[in-house]
Write a protein that binds this ligand. Sequence first.
Ligand code: MG
Length: 277
Amino acid sequence: MDKWATGIFTSIDEGLGAGLDSVKELGVSTVHLHAPGRDFRTAEKTAEIKGQFAAAEIEISVVFAGFPDDDYTTPEIAQQTVGLVPLDRREHRLEETLAIADFAAALGVDAVGMHLGFVPETSDPDFAAVVEVARTVCDHCRGHGQHFHLETGQETATELLTFIQAVDRENLAVNFDPANMILYQVGSPLEALDQVGRFVRSVHCKDAAIERRPDQPWYEDAPLGQGDVNIRAFLLKLRDLGYEGPLTIEREYAPDQVGDLRAALQLLTDLRREILG
Ligand code: MG
């Protein structure tokens, strides 16, 4: 895989991200795959999916776990419904996450990512239990030779760092999504990258505007380069960190998703040439 290969967050069922046809049309060589539902993860379907990506010569670098009842309507509702933190769904979802790691292993993918949820503060009585849950996922992933990547955004970089240190597992890593830092209002993305940079093993190239239109949903992202992340500065920092992995574009709420993805690929190609030479 080339240094900073450009990729796309993709999905093969109704999940987030661009479909495989769009990805093929855009000609990228690497993707993050949103894990499909259980029906798509049978041995037969998994082999089929593996074959489709191999035939298209597209590498899956990270499989992302998500759940059909994650609800992002408001940040408060997200806090109650997303990831492995909500107590009423923790046990079932932990099982599901381990099954998704197995699915990723069957695809030959060595990284599993997810929004773990809003990690409680260290003073919260549930903190230790959430640490245990993360350890369980890490240890299961380690059995497959996988890293477990925490998606950024639902806590500040300082809180994330504290959590990573508490979990204390060598295969725990960060998927850095700069736009999420803006959307969840948890600090400057570039300053956050300075703090957690040494744990970053994958990234989402996603942008977001700080200033929201009156009717704009809080979670709506922006075309890459048109928000407030400062993608050029983001890439310069990644270079300084020695990050060589894929630059995976995530564009979620777009009327013209393929058009935006194409423009984002061009932007990254230009910046890559400028920065890496
Ligand atoms: Mg993301």
